[in-house]
Design a protein around this ligand. Sequence first.
Ligand code: NAP
Length: 280
Amino acid sequence: MILVTGINGQLGYDVIKELKNRNIDCIGAGRSEFDITDEQKTKSFIKNILPEAVIHCAAYTAVDKAEDEPELCEKVNVFGTKFIAEACKEIDAKMMYISTDYVFPGSGEQAYEIDDKTGPLGVYGKTKLKGENYVKSILEKYFIVRVSWVFGKNGNNFIKTMLRIGKERKEVNVVSDQIGSPTYTKDLAKLLCDMVVTDKYGVYHATNEEYCSWADLAKEVFRIAGYSTCVKPIKTEEYPAKAKRPLNSRLSKKSLDDAGFKRLPNWKNAVDNYLKNLEF
Ligand SMILES: NC(=O)c1ccc[n+]([C@@H]2O[C@H](COP(=O)([O-])OP(=O)(O)OC[C@H]3O[C@@H](n4cnc5c(N)ncnc54)[C@H](OP(=O)(O)O)[C@@H]3O)[C@@H](O)[C@H]2O)c1
């Protein structure tokens, strides 16, 4: 049986759905089942149900807010992850930890390989990296999957924001010097379900294929949605945000290829599929 955390978030919602579609025995947990910052509850829940694997999708994901409440962000992303890893160790379960491109500093233009030097710029990235380090130090049977620019049906994301403001405005300013890849939770969920049943442990990068900027993504969203809204490209420094973000979020998929996992579809294809299934 597989346990999925964070099922009321974007990714957890699609992961549990995909496991059910495949008739894989699974249990989903949201905050009401256990708050991952509660060590006793988290560990006893896991030890009671004895899963073979835990896909840990729950996280503190508010990147800017994290700068104002670093302790809470740390509690969730570092210690919540540590408690889950310790419980997995005790019952000999595999753990899949979802991490982020924000563990990297974002310099240069090369795609980051899995073992490139990390150097998070903000609180969120720092806590996700500490979470990774606990997983690596506690467990042998782990998958760390770094993803970026996540969008899914269940939750808020950049695409939903663009659809909302694009409807009201003739022109929107969007950052064009941060380059990376969007990741559609429905595509990612398939890969995670393929991966978790194997013993091909290690660190992976997984996003939809090809790179773009946030401005490119906004343009594609408006094009598919049939909006005439103009996208005005701006620089990161012109956009007021509390947290510093990496300019280069390109992630190399070499480790997926080496392990024989199928890459995710092109991001334009993913956005197209997403919008077909979304009411806006
Ligand atoms: N979103 C992105 O752009 C992005 C980019 C890179 C990596 N990631 C990583 O991808 C994974 C999935 O992200 P996502 O976009 O699906 O996140 P999300 O939509 O924000 O969902 C996160 C879920 O975690 C739950 N959660 C937060 N604190 C908790 C706690 N103390 N105890 C139990 N549950 C708690 C939340 O519960 P409530 O619903 O009750 O608040 C929420 O349902 C995360 O590991 C994230 O770090 C995300």
